[in-house]
Design a protein around this ligand. Structure first.
Ligand code: 8Y4
Length: 265
């Protein structure tokens, strides 16, 4: 999954796209580099970020989605927690709703269910503005799993079939470096009923903390983390650096004979 950041405060794609053309070009380049999914995001979820209105988010995302849809067969993912945008994106041809709020916003479960889209359910402790102040867990793995289990059950009750669900431990969302490392080590234990796991580690502050590098210099560390996640059971990797990650996955696949090793689905 390649990240297409459509926010003006874009942290790792070199700033705001002047129009839709550069965004389209970036999306198509990532698809050509081997991204099976393009994740379009118009609301910053970085720690401390302010919320945006639905109109603002819509104006950032929909024009790109509408122009991208007829130009690629890649799976198009919309990174939003707003039901209005889920509906609009589905109507414009989106395939996947990537919700860091795991459909907890009022009306989001219903919007996602009716959209027919697949859904990525992500764990987050707290909310983006404050989540990194003092993350606390007794047992991060079992608490993340329990949260995801509750959200899976909510989706099932809303009529969303398991075939549409993806799970995500939410690296960096209300987690210390130790919490993130523990989750990466025990990624397979987060899985519920064989559902696929998505891991988003790319360029995050945990990579910066480990390597001592700024955001744009975190490519190598991010590729290493992506490979660890794949080995530990992740089926989808959310990354900024598609070409580098695809090469690493090809090496892993050559060695193990499968995306994440033998014996996995
Ligand atoms: C530098 C680079 C600093 C990246 C911060 C960041 C995830 C996600 C994000 C994730 C899923 C981010 C939308 C945060 N992370 N969706 N979204 N999983 N499903 N921060 O891990 O990239 S945005």
């Amino acid at each position: 999954m390649g990240v297409l950041n459509l926010t003006p405060d874009s942290f790792s794609d070199g700033g705001h796209y002047a129009g839709t053309d550069p965004a389209l070009a970036r999306a198509l380049a990532m698809a050509a580099e081997g991204a099976a999914i393009i994740d379009l995001g118009g609301e910053s979820t970085r720690p401390g970020a302010a919320p945006v209105t639905v109109e603002e988010e819509r104006s950032r995302v929909l024009p790109v989605l509408e122009r991208l849809r007829p130009r690629t067969r890649a799976i198009l993912s919309i990174d939003t927690r707003k039901p209005e945008l889920m509906r609009a994106a589905a109507a414009a041809g989106a395939d996947l709703i990537n919700d860091v709020y795991a459909l907890r916003a009022p009306g989001a479960l219903e919007a996602a269910a009716e959209s027919g889209c697949a859904v990525c359910l992500m764990h987050m402790q707290g909310e983006p503005r404050t989540m990194q102040r003092a993350p606390q867990y007794t047992d991060v793995v079992s608490e993340v799993r329990a949260f995801l289990k509750e959200r899976v059950e909510a989706c099932r009750a809303a009529g969303i079939a398991d075939e549409r669900l993806v799970l995500d431990p939410g690296f960096g969302f209300g987690k210390t470096l130790e919490h993130n490392l523990t989750l990466l080590r025990h990624l397979e234990e987060v899985r519920i009923d064989g559902l696929p796991i998505l891991a988003g580690l790319s360029r995050k502050s945990m990579i910066g903390t480990i390597t001592g590098k700024l955001s744009e210099e975190r490519v190598h560390g991010s590729v290493a983390a992506a490979l660890m996640a794949a080995q530990n059971g992740a089926r989808i990797l959310r990354v900024h650096d598609v070409a580098a990650t695809v090469d690493a996955l090809k090496v892993l696949q050559a060695v193990t004979g499968g995306p994440g090793g033998p014996g996995r689905q």
